[in-house]
Design a protein around this ligand. Structure first.
Ligand code: CMC
Length: 380
């Protein structure tokens, strides 16, 4: 009997969820019912994480308590700093982060208990430590000592502070916070599904999050932001964009990074916000090259996709590349920055997964041979 195959599990629902709604036709993204545009405008990363991990936004007392809890967990165990020091300096930051997250399990007295209370404890600790790992490794690989986290700073400011050792200005901190809010959660994307799948065997949170980082790093997912910047660097000028896009699309299954999405048929609402952030940064800094190239790429892709009758639009990774560039981040830290934010959504999904767990166990339709006649090894 013919069996239905769902390549890439497209269109398959794996569970009900209360966390995020993505309307790919309207171009809408809601975190627990709140529009991402309003959240990006009005709340910070801690507040949005509280929302994702609970039923609603926190009041002042709850937010302060959550922020205090986080700041007490920013620092890493000394052996994890040593581990980061022991990695070759040309280690890609995302490999360093994945390794450090996995190692943290060894310094946790109770890593394997998946009770609600314990997974919240681990999630809070990981949320606090992702920025510290990322900023510390960035300095270590440049031959500098890590900067100790400042418990009085919120996550976004602290991250920038740990990178440079200097207090960041309000504008950079706000931009960082907006980027974190926009990248915090996005439904059943590949890394979140990976986290849920790994957790579904009732293994521990560290294993699930290590696997999620591994999934995020791929160029079709969170690795796309760095791929966009490498593309812009390769092209080098606004004038070169059209030729590049036409050549890329002329290849069989040719892709232009930062475009297309499994769910959105219109522009990703996060890309619309990031485009304005990029425009603002370009105007402020006077360095508009990357933004101008991005606009040109969007224009040519729009024209070509319309010609081909396809709805392939910019996704979150497209304008985040020029935003991160203008904030001064090295290209290979863009995907780690995504992870610093997405730990928030990964954990929200793990809370749901552990609370109502079903082992993920899809099937494959076997099409290989059957009934073969076995020959002993000396007769093959
Ligand atoms: N450039 C050109 N054509 C595209 C693109 C693109 N970026 N994306 C999709 N298409 C076209 C293409 O014609 C494709 O058909 P074919 O494979 O025969 O060439 C058709 O659309 C369907 O694409 P698909 O890959 O089957 O669709 P999907 O839902 O599996 O793909 C995607 C989603 C994100 C993997 C794909 O759009 C892509 O590879 N984009 C580039 C990488 C990227 O920007 N990833 C970030 C995704 S959003 C944020 C995140 O999750 O991190």
């Amino acid at each position: 009997m013919a069996q239905t195959i769902y390549p890439g599990l497209a269109g398959i629902n794996i569970a009900t969820s209360q966390i995020a709604l993505i309307d790919g036709i309207k171009g809408e993204l809601l975190y627990r019912g709140y529009d991402i545009r309003e959240l990006a405008d009005r709340v910070g990363f801690e507040e949005v994480t509280y929302l994702l991990w609970n039923d609603d936004l926190p009041n002042r007392t709850r937010l302060d308590a959550f922020s205090d809890q986080l700041s007490g967990l920013f620092a890493l165990p000394d052996p994890v700093y040593n581990l980061l020091h022991s990695l070759p300096e040309d280690t890609q930051p995302i490999h360093a982060i994945r390794t450090a997250i996995s190692a943290l399990a060894a310094f946790d007295e109770n890593p394997d208990d998946v009770s609600t209370e314990n997974i919240h404890r681990i999630g809070t600790s990981l949320l606090a430590k992702f920025p510290t790992i990322t900023a510390s490794f960035e300095r270590i690989r440049k031959g500098m000592d890590p900067v100790a986290p400042d418990p009085d700073l919120p996550v976004a400011a602290n991250f920038l502070y740990m990178l440079t050792g200097e207090m960041p200005n309000a504008a950079a901190t706000r931009t960082m916070d907006v980027a974190l809010v926009l990248h915090a959660e996005h439904g059943s994307n590949a890394s979140t599904f990976t986290a849920r799948t790994v957790a579904s065997s009732l293994t521990d949170v560290y294993s699930a999050i290590t696997s999620a980082v591994a999934s995020l790093k791929g160029p079709l997912h969170g690795g796309a932001n760095a791929a966009v910047m490498r593309t812009l660097e390769e092209i080098g000028s606004v004038e070169g964009v059209e030729r590049y896009v036409l050549d890329a699309l002329a290849q069989p299954h040719g892709r232009v990074m930062g475009f297309g999405h499994r769910v959105y048929r219109v522009v990703d609402p996060r890309a619309i916000i990031l485009k304005e952030v990029a425009r603002h940064l370009a105007e402020e800094s006077g360095d508009s090259k990357w933004f101008e190239m991005s606009l040109e790429m969007e224009r040519v892709m729009d024209r070509e996709m319309e010609r081909q009758g396809k709805q392939i639009k910019p996704n979150v990774d497209f304008f985040s590349a020029s935003v991160y560039r203008m904030l001064g981040f090295p290209t290979d830290t863009y995907t780690p920055l995504f992870a610093v934010a997405r730990i928030s959504g990964w954990m929200a999904h793990l809370f749901e997964q552990y609370a109502d767990n079903h082992l993920m166990r899809p099937r494959l339709v076997y099409e290989g041979p059957r009934g073969r006649v076995f020959k002993p090894i000396d007769q093959r």
